[in-house]
Design a binder for this molecule. Structure first.
Ligand code: FAD
Ligand code: FES
Length: 390
């Protein structure tokens, strides 16, 4: 079966998902009786892998500060994923076992490898290590795919507007590449904000796709354009977006970029009259400065130190208020399962037995968990001495 036969929609991932390890297990859910029972354990393992060892097969320099890492699972088939999802990279940096989430930038139509594209954040603990020190042949563990930042044919329209900022272009690249590979007729209008031309990731490929495919439009918006630049300049505010989006009718909006962009895009889309139900936002990780987040107790300085006691253990560690608990625990050699590091997935869930933490609005702790004192340490900041159960 040719990939182009999989259907017009880039979202027909039920079928792509079954292309595991270059082997088509089933043509569709309706054909499930065709599956060889002996292949089922391998299929299930392929679909639900928690962590997989992966080798860096290739490194591509995308911009002066950004590299793509092509990862190949070692000795097992690549998991299926939907364009737009992220994976988590587990690695050891300066003796600290930690992880970071990265959107997959390659399409699921490319079988056997998966790309993540990382921009080095100044003073970033993991991104600087990845961009400056990792070489081909290095090995990491990667998680299976995570997140819900993808187009869902049962809910979303076939007319998509992507608002990307900086390295937030990566999940859109996977979606666009998938649409191209499947010759999908979904309409995509990507509006990509960057500081300078040098910062634009995938510039050549995006320009080529925008020119070649009638249903895919790519508009660059530069906030620090060079002298004489004739393209669109500014930020992704309502004034800039209005002419680039046109009518909002029947469109589904996707937003991914640095923290600062989310507030601005919320405001812009509301001004243009886009209903909240038509907007999807990718998780963004911890904010650059938690003390600037609404609700932070002004009397607590980010470098104020508190004691964290681990229940049922003898460990007590000293942590700074301004750092997520998960990071502080890892720095002290205490491992905790995690995936999104954005408060969304609940994988790092822990019990808060005594003391107080600050969790920004939007951290997805369910009501019952909240009532029973559970927290998501990846987005919890201690604002007193605390005792937690891991
Ligand atoms: C679902 C998801 C997908 C992601 N996809 C990508 C991706 O495709 N490419 C990519 O480069 N990054 C991506 N990130 C961000 C990535 O996970 C890391 O947060 C980023 O690489 C910085 O990690 P660090 O260890 O270098 O910085 P840290 O040492 O953790 O942080 C250093 C400082 O930078 C701030 N910071 C952290 N991340 C950012 C950021 N993205 N922008 C600005 N400031 C930041 C921190 O708050 C802190 O103040 C994604 C994050 C999430 C949650
Ligand atoms: S790792 Fe996902 S909520 Fe903490």
């Amino acid at each position: 079966m040719a990939l182009r036969d999989l259907g017009d929609s880039i979202f027909d991932m039920t079928q792509i998902g079954l292309l595991v390890g270059k082997k088509i297990y089933s043509r569709s859910i309706a054909d499930e009786r065709d599956i060889d029972p002996a292949a089922v354990p391998e299929l299930v393992a392929g679909l639900h892998q928690e962590r997989v060892p992966a080798v860096v097969a290739e490194i591509i320099q995308e911009t002066p500060t950004t590299k793509t890492f092509r990862l190949v699972p070692a000795g097992m088939p690549l998991f299926p994923f939907r364009p737009g999802q992220f994976l988590t990279l587990f690695l050891t940096v300066d003796g600290v076992r930690t992880s970071r989430a990265y959107s997959i930038s390659s399409p699921p139509t490319r079988i056997g490898s998966v790309d993540v594209t990382v921009r080095g954040v100044p003073d970033g603990f993991v991104s600087a290590y990845l961009v400056d020190e990792v070489v081909e042949g290095d090995e990491f563990e990667i998680s299976g795919p995570g997140g819900f930042f993808y187009a869902e044919p049962l809910i979303d329209t076939n007319d998509l507007v992507f608002l990307a900022g900086g390295s937030g272009v990566t999940p859109f690249m996977s979606m666009i590449r998938t649409a191209v590979d499947l010759r999908s007729n979904v309409r995509i209008n990507m509006i990509y904000g960057s500081r300078t031309v040098d910062d634009v990731i995938f510039l050549d490929e995006l320009t080529r796709i925008g020119l070649e495919y009638e249903n895919i439009n790519v508009a660059l918006v530069l906030s620090e354009p060079p002298d004489g630049y004739e393209g669109v300049c500014g930020l992704l505010d309502a004034h800039t977006l209005d002419p680039l989006i046109g009518s909002i009718e029947g469109k589904t909006f996707f937003v991914c970029g640095p923290q600062a962009m989310y507030g601005l895009c919320d405001e812009s889309l509301a001004t243009l009259g886009v209903p909240a139900r038509s907007i999807k936002k990718e998780a963004a990780g911890p904010p650059p400065d938690i003390t600037m987040v609404e609700g932070w107790p002004r009397e607590i300085a980010p470098d104020e130190v508190f004691t964290v006691k681990i229940a049922d253990g003898r460990q007590r560690i000293q942590v700074a208020a301004g750092e997520p608990l998960l990071n502080s625990l890892e720095r002290n050699g205490i491992a905790l399962d995690n995936l999104c590091r954005s408060g969304e997935c609940g994988v790092c869930r822990a019990g808060l037995l005594t003391g107080r933490v600050f969790m920004p609005a939007g951290v997805a702790v369910c009501k019952t968990d909240l009532a029973h004192g559970y927290i998501h340490p990846c987005m919890s900041y201690p604002i007193s001495d605390v005792t937690i159960r891991l």
